[in-house]
Design a protein around this ligand. Structure first.
Ligand code: 2M8
Length: 451
């Protein structure tokens, strides 16, 4: 690490410390004052670089809120923390017989990055016996989580569906525009609610009220169904097979297999899941004309023709063959934005898309998590110098503007929530990846090195 990297890492640790709630890390003090599922998995990866005990606690506290049907809720509410809408009174998670009485949680999920995180945390633990005990403790919980997704959400191709834009983690992406436009709630079907996010973030950076109405409507439908999957699945108007979600699942299945091997359990069921979903992604979500993977709208029965940063995620899961991987990287070369010399930024939406907005949340800005996914995918295939450029893009933004929620790819300006712990955690992880400490597997395209 250079001196500048050492300073950046120290600043990132301070942000994590400032957001530590005693059992878990909130993403941001005012906008998101509770525990979020996929943020927390990244918090653990970032903490593992310097505080392995806290990293383990982060994942333990999330899985302590797991439902008995395996669902890992997207928010775990922390009593005594700040205001957020929708809060526990709106979700009413105890309506579901599978939900714990305490802590109170939301009733939907987020991308399944937890096995990836647990495996990464393990590899940083100084004491291998302690590490194996940690993995052995988490394995049944992680297995139950993936089993929930395959049991309740998968189709015959092993592709799992999301039931709410919030489940994707990319809330107001244009990916969901068409599916949401088909939802026209009748008067009275959207329960009254008050947005709190606008007290803490610029209205022009957040989703619109029209989008919020539909988010709230979908939650209300699930709540009325007591969050029971067999009641939700046939009747919900929103169901999408998202590339990012499914690709992360494949990678997490593979890491779950590593975890199983490490503790002497049978890895085969997890490898079988991974192969099943990987084949499904490649057969059903690849778009030859676009040179990119596209989401699939299950209710409409067609691909969603939106070029999002998530479309590159199958690289991280080793899904494409060599020909497709090279094609995807060519697409990335057109899609990514050069920044500050060597840096490369991967926007959440193609700049050529007429819906592109540089500062509005998931409709264009650069998100650290997307940078992380893309650099890990490039590493996987041996595109090492591009991977380094994507990491440099992220650290360059943060170095210049600080730890914020998202960044404008056209100006580098920081936007959204302040003192952002998710960003800090990802920066710590990529600094580690860039330092060569990362234990890497064999690249899928060995001669991709240096390209
Ligand atoms: C954002 O989502 C929440 C709802 O879950 C919100 O807008 O209120 C998304 O960026 C999501 O990916 C992230 O996990 C969450 C907390 O950082 O904020």
């Amino acid at each position: 690490m250079t001196m500048a990297d050492v300073d950046l890492a120290a600043a990132a640790r301070q942000v994590l410390d400032a957001n530590w709630m005693g059992h878990a890390t909130r993403p941001s003090p005012r906008l998101y004052p509770h525990q979020w599922s996929w943020d927390s998995a990244f918090m653990a990866m970032g903490q593992a670089t310097h505080d392995p005990a806290r990293a383990q606690q982060e994942l333990r506290s999330l899985f302590a809120a797991q439902w008995s049907n395996g669902l890992v809720p997207h928010i775990v509410f922390s009593e005594g923390q700040g205001r957020y809408f929708p809060g526990p009174d709106f979700w009413q998670s105890p309506r579901c017989p599978y939900a714990p009485r305490r802590p109170l949680t939301s009733g939907i999920v987020q991308p399944p990055v937890h096995a990836i995180s647990a495996w990464r945390v393990f590899r940083q633990l100084p004491d291998a016996d302690e590490g194996r005990a940690f993995l052995a403790e988490l394995l049944p919980r992680l297995a139950a989580w993936h089993a929930y997704l395959y049991r309740e959400r998968a189709d015959e191709h092993g592709l799992v569906e999301i039931w709410h834009p919030w489940e994707s983690g990319m809330d107001n992406s244009p990916l969901w525009d068409e599916a949401l436009a088909r939802i026209e709630p009748a008067p009275g079907e959207v329960p009254p609610y008050e947005r709190i996010d606008l007290d803490y973030a610029d209205v022009t950076h957040r989703p619109t009220d029209r989008e919020y109405d539909r988010y709230v409507y979908l939650v209300a439908l699930m709540r009325e169904a007591a969050y029971l999957p067999d009641r939700i699945r046939p009747r919900l108007p929103f169901a999408v097979q998202d590339v990012l979600f499914n690709a992360l699942l494949v990678r997490a299945d593979r890491d779950l297999a590593h975890i199983a091997r490490e503790v002497g359990a049978d890895p085969r069921p997890f490898e079988e899941w991974a192969d099943w979903t990987a084949t499904g992604i490649d057969a059903r979500l690849w778009d030859e004309a676009r040179g990119l993977y596209l989401d699939f709208d299950v209710r409409a029965g067609r691909a969603i023709d939106v070029r999002s940063g998530g479309g590159f995620a199958p690289l991280l899961a080793g899904v494409p063959d060599e020909v497709r991987a090279r094609r995807l990287v060519e697409t990335l070369d057109r899609f990514a934005v050069a920044h500050d010399g060597e840096g490369l930024l991967v926007p959440s939406l193609d700049l050529d898309d007429p819906r592109f907005e540089p500062a509005r949340y998931w409709r264009g800005p650069v998100w650290p998590v997307v940078q992380w996914v893309v650099q890990a995918g490039l590493e996987e295939y041996g595109f090492r110098s591009r991977a380094a450029r994507v990491r440099a893009g992220l650290t360059g933004l943060v170095d210049r503007s600080g730890f914020w929620e998202h960044y404008d790819p056209t100006s580098g300006r920081a936007n959204g929530g302040e003192q952002f712990a998710w960003t800090a955690a990802i920066v710590l992880d990529v600094l580690q990846a860039g330092s060569g400490d990362r234990p890497a597997g064999e690249p899928t395209i060995p001669d991709g090195s240096g390209t």
